[in-house]
Each structure stands twice: as C-alpha cells, then as structure tokens.
Design a protein. Sequence first.
Length: 273
Amino acid sequence: MEDELSLKKQANKIRKNILKLVYKANSGHPGGSLSITDILTYLYFKELNVDPKNPKDENRDRFVLSKGHCAPALYSVLMEKGFFDETNIESFRQVDGILQGHPDMKHIPGVDMTTGSLGQGLSAACGMALSGKLDKKDYRVYCVMGDGEIEEGQVWEAAMSASHYKLDNLCVIVDNNNLQIDGEIGKVMSPYPIDQKFDSFGFNVVEIDGHNFKKIRDAFLEARTCKGKPTVIIAKTIKGKGVSFMENKAEWHGKAPNEEQYNQAIQELEEND
C-alpha cells in the first residue's frame, strides 16, 4: 500500500491533536478517541467524498460519530482536513467555543449529526441512507459506534431497519476496543459475539485489525461492493492506542492527562514521526 506511511504520519499528528484538546480543556475522552484515530484518518483522507469548502454539499458522503464523547478524534480530523483552523483548539469544551464536548451539527463545519446520547447515531445514519435511496442519490453513509454503546437496545432496532430496507449505502464501524467506562464490555453487559449478532440482523460482516491501514482499505472496498445489505466493520482496536500508559486502560475512558503525563504522551508520539 503505497500511501500507508503518509496515513500513519497523519494519524500520529491527529493523536497529538487529540491529546492537546483534552489537556488544554482538562476534560474529555482520550481513550476511545485514540482507538478510532486510524479509522477516521482513512475515512477522511481516503474514503469519504467531502469538501471542506462546501461542507453542506447535498451529494457529499455522510458521517455520524455515534460515540459522540469521542469528539476529540473527529475534531482533530476535521481540523487536519481543513474544515476549520487550529485556533479552535482553545475552544474545546468552553461555553463560548464551537467545539463542544459532543459534536454539534449546527455550529461545527463538517459535522453531519449532533450526537452524545449513546445508541442513537445508527438510527440517524439509517435515516440518511434511506433518504439517499429514496432520492436516488449515490452518496454513502458511515457510522462509528462503540462496542459498549451497542449494549443499547435502540442500536438493534436501527440494525433491523437497515437490513429491512437493504441499505447497502450504509457502513457501520464498531470500535471494538473491549473497554467502556466501567471496565471490560464482556463483564459489564456483554454484546459478544458481535459478528454473529450483526449477521443475524442481516448485515454483511467484516472483521479487521482497526490499526492496519491495508485491512481498513480492504474492508471499506468490500463495503462499497456489497449489494443488497448494509455492512458492519468490526474493528479490533486498542483503547488509548499510541500512548503506552493509556493503552488498554479503562481509566482513560474520560480523564485528562496532567502536565507530566501530557508531555510524556507527546514525546512518545513524536518518536513515531
């Protein structure tokens, strides 16, 4: 894959931006933001048909970050893509800033759906996909969900709807880092086996390493070519990916690093530049 190195460098820069956002605000969710960084990097720099100069283009692809608390990842990608500039970093989680703790479609360029209450994003994504079908548009809809989030019942109502309406223009990505705020998902309220559940709801199921850009590329290609049913990509990831003391630690679900931790994290990421 000829551009894999450039994608890795881009993802590394985005991880540093995530940490900067959370550190400066002294608030936010670094763990799950870092686990979806590679997925979002590929989506926005390779997969999605979006234009920062025309963020409301009717023919654009749509993206829904259902796990809205991981907004630092989305904001960092949108900033790198050119939807807004770095000066907005200071506004993260500030009352008078545009970058609120959860994505806001009314004030943030590039955000297609306001999210935050877990379990609702897939319903919105289904609506977007069905609308595209009815209007005979060729845009695609992508929805990133957390593996803890799929414990929500509304997710499965939406999944049933996606299958019923044969929404092959819909691609769901489950960030399967195996941790939620209270610990391992299998111990809190197990959604396993995730693959068999989505299969039973009529989805085309793809399982990948969510940090391998070649696997990510192949998965999105399969989703594009699958006809007659929606696709779910179950991405095996590492919560806190890229920062040694955050990796696979549930405590970093929603906690900001102190100055010493922030400097260590940035140093580790800079060593990968």
